[in-house]
Ligand binder design. Sequence first.
Ligand code: FAD
Ligand code: DHB
Length: 396
Amino acid sequence: MRTQVGIVGAGPAGLLLSHLLALRGIDSVVVEIRSRAYCEARQRAGILEHGSVRLLRDAGLAGRLDRQGLEHGGIYLQFDGERHHVDFRALTGRTVTVYAQTEVVKDLIAERITRGGHIEFEVTDTEVDRLDTDQPVLRYTDASGTRHEVVCDAIAGCDGFHGICRPRIPAELLKVTERGYPYAWLGILADVPPSTDELIYSHHKNGFALHSLRSPTVSRLYLQVDPDESIDNWSDQRIWDELQRRFELPGSVWRLEVGPVLDKSITPMRSFVATPMRYGRMFLAGDAAHIVPPTGAKGLNLAIADVAVLAPALDWLLRGKLELADAYTATCMDRVWRATHFSWWMTTMLHRTPGADDMEAALQQSQLRYVSSSRAAATSLAENYTGYPELRYKKD
Ligand code: FAD
Ligand code: DHB
């Protein structure tokens, strides 16, 4: 078999890349270890930046997003039993859109299949090889057990943090910058209308909590837990009791509505950046190259931003022009490091660090008060949260 771009992974990065390439008349094959149903049901991110929405719209992918996405003009920061609104619209003129990653993935898969795109689900033994030649190859065994070798002009490693592509970059060329955090998030999806008009990021002495949503009838909530916590220790009742406690507003009639839990899981947290994002004719995009803790809602948006840079770079490469491919890592890194800093900043401002001393706790309080009372500080949060359309320090 032959294709122009072999894509490993049918997450948001791989699927969107395949679509953006098709718009440029470039064919690709996407291989994915999971089933289509699994990819469409995997509960993950929920917030699209202003620029991500625009990109999806410009790429003809926003039919359902425009009908069902919920535009949000701000968030609440809660601490010391008080809730403060950060008004993105007033501070930056921009908004974000609540539209789940599951829906982005469903839209992308449907669009690729309608247009005759080639996605192979439930593959095994994916391999990428001959990456430092002009004809790299992608090998996989399809769902029926047949082994394939696809000769490509380029390979895109969109296979997430645990994928096989990043480890193919020789260790002596790869620089990894990494930090772990002493906590994790327990996330639930609940069949209950949201108890809030905007997301609530709550700092509480028991730990952080986040109230998000998926639709007018479905809520998404998160609790900070220990990194080695087992989901078996958290009955639905215990989760709701703890959420109730961390969102409580003393003296107010506000209360958290509870309902049936549809899904629950625990996610560890880390900051991780690997460079270069390219080795020969293999290019990494999304979680394959970088991970952020979820507090800034950036992971999905970074994956979208990477492939928006990669699609034209591959188009040029296929026409013998290497400038954009050569600039790929540096172009992505400006945004990746801004998001990595913002995600670290939101995370450390809002979580309770086990064993934190009085100094650390007081600095955290001071930062929360500053962001909630200074227009300059709130504008910085709003600008980072809604996205970075003007982020461009380097010359093209
Ligand atoms: P992925 O979505 O991970 O897609 C990679 C794909 O590659 C997967 O489908 C995988 O099955 C496939 N794959 C892996 N190995 C192979 C192989 N060998 N062969 C073929 N296919 C392969 N971000 C937020 O902003 N907010 C959140 O609340 C949030 N929650 C998250 C919860 C979890 C459990 C995780 C893991 C991530 C979360 N994120 C969140 C981050 C966000 O969802 C990711 O940044 C986003 O999914 C990145 O997209 P991607 O396409 O790069 O990678
Ligand atoms: C969601 C996840 C996040 O990490 C975040 O910061 C905001 C919202 C969500 O899943 O809705």
